[in-house]
Design a binder for this molecule. Structure first.
Ligand SMILES: [Zn+2]
Ligand SMILES: [Zn+2]
Length: 86
């Protein structure tokens, strides 16, 4: 099916896998993995910003807790389901 997300396989109207690189950010509608909203929405410090940019291991803290906070913020704002334009 050509309409499925090429990265995670979500169908039209379904949510992407968490941190799928084709998911759109509900804050700016740009791709969520490349936009800058995480820094502004979570008001991250320079130190935390470096941790995100290195993105080494999100199964352990501190990266895990930052990702959890970001997921919660995106969830609260309302995640954008897959759409064929994306
Ligand atoms: Zn996806
Ligand atoms: Zn954004």
């Amino acid at each position: 099916m050509a309409d499925e997300c090429r990265s995670c396989g979500a169908g039209i109207g379904e949510l992407h896998e968490p941190f799928c690189n084709r998911e759109l950010c509900p804050f700016c509608r740009d791709f969520i993995t490349t936009c800058e909203c995480i820094f502004q929405v979570l008001k991250l410090s320079q130190e935390e910003r470096e941790i995100i940019e290195a993105f080494e291991d999100d199964s352990v803290d501190p990266l895990r807790s930052i990702c959890d906070r970001w997921s919660a913020a995106v969830e609260a704002k309302g995640r954008i389901p897959h759409d064929r334009r994306a």
